[in-house]
Write a protein that binds this ligand. Structure first.
Ligand code: NAD
Length: 267
């Protein structure tokens, strides 16, 4: 049995990670961390996740439970993700960070803090999306800037960051495939008299509605035709199972920062 500590354990993703870990077997829930002041602190995390008692109560500090972890998984918030990354490194524990929304500076800080442990940092843990990244790279280099490239993502009404970490990664991959820097070609939404589209720009658009789990559409179009690459997540379990796969990978990988392409053998 491998000992798993989940940060953001009472959140949408945290609960599914707990449930999927127990369903898969081979995992013991060694700790469940939540926001200090969370109303469910002290409650058994299995009960919170709706899968029965685990014997692990929600606590407010990763520092107190990190020592008992074989591996830590974090799906929380930007601030908590940074703090939990530092705590994992201080305890010398492997960690998987699925949290999104870090600025470039914060992500640099996180990578620097985690240098001494094995860490998987990935904005999307699904196999399908990671395959989509490869398809975007191939398509963006095969179809040159005569093909306008636009990214449309859609998520549930509670999502805090926009555009999604996945959309940003798609944009960066597509820009790099065309020999461009994302910051030079990115156009976030359009409003007002923006004029004609500039050749080479990459538009990114965020839809927030209802309970959409996560959808990404990448449009390549020139006069006469359009290619669309689409991924739709039907359930959070696709991310939860990917996170557990990443956790198993981190358990045996030498210290270093990895992405899902490494975990899934798509690199
Ligand atoms: P959520 O708001 O439902 O859950 C986040 C949880 O973190 C909340 O319960 C919150 O109380 C908790 N939290 C806040 N501060 C904390 C702290 N200091 N310590 C511990 N826990 C703390 O959000 P969610 O939908 O579960 O998503 C969480 C994060 O994961 C977001 O950044 C989201 O974009 C990202 N996400 C990533 C993937 C992926 O595949 N990488 C998939 C889905 C969501």
């Amino acid at each position: 049995m491998k000992k798993l500590v989940v940060c953001g354990a009472a959140g949408r993703m945290g609960k599914r990670i707990i449930a999927c870990a127990l369903e898969e077997g081979g995992w013991e829930i060694a700790g469940a961390v939540e926001n200090p002041g969370h109303p469910l602190l002290g409650r058994d995390v299995g009960e919170v996740a709706g899968v029965g008692k685990t014997g692990s109560a929600l606590v407010s500090d990763l520092g107190g439970v990190a020592a008992s972890a074989d591996v830590i998984v974090d799906f929380s918030s930007v601030e908590a993700g940074l703090e939990n990354g530092r705590a994992a490194a201080a305890a010398g524990k492997p960690i998987v960070i699925g949290t999104t929304g870090f600025s470039e500076e914060q992500e640099r800080e996180l990578r620097e803090a985690l240098k001494s442990v094995s860490a998987v940092i990935a904005p999307n843990m699904s196999l399908g999306v990671n395959l989509l990244f490869n398809l975007v790279e191939a398509t963006a280099s095969a179809l040159d800037e005569e093909y306008d490239l636009e990214i449309v993502e859609a998520h549930h009404r509670f999502k805090k960051d926009a555009p999604s970490g996945t959309a940003l990664k798609i944009g960066k991959i597509a820009a790099a495939a065309r020999g461009r820097k994302w910051r030079d070609v990115a156009v976030h939404g359009r409003e007002g008299k923006v004029g004609e589209r500039n050749k080479g720009e990459i538009g990114v658009h965020a839809v927030r509605a209802g309970d959409i789990v996560g959808e990404h559409t990448v449009v390549f179009s020139c006069p006469g035709e359009r290619v669309e690459l689409v991924h739709r997540a039907h359930s959070r379990d696709t991310f939860a199972r990917g996170a557990l796969r990443a956790a198993r990978f981190a358990l045996s990988a030498p210290p270093g920062i990895y992405g899902m392409a490494d975990v899934l053998g798509l690199a």
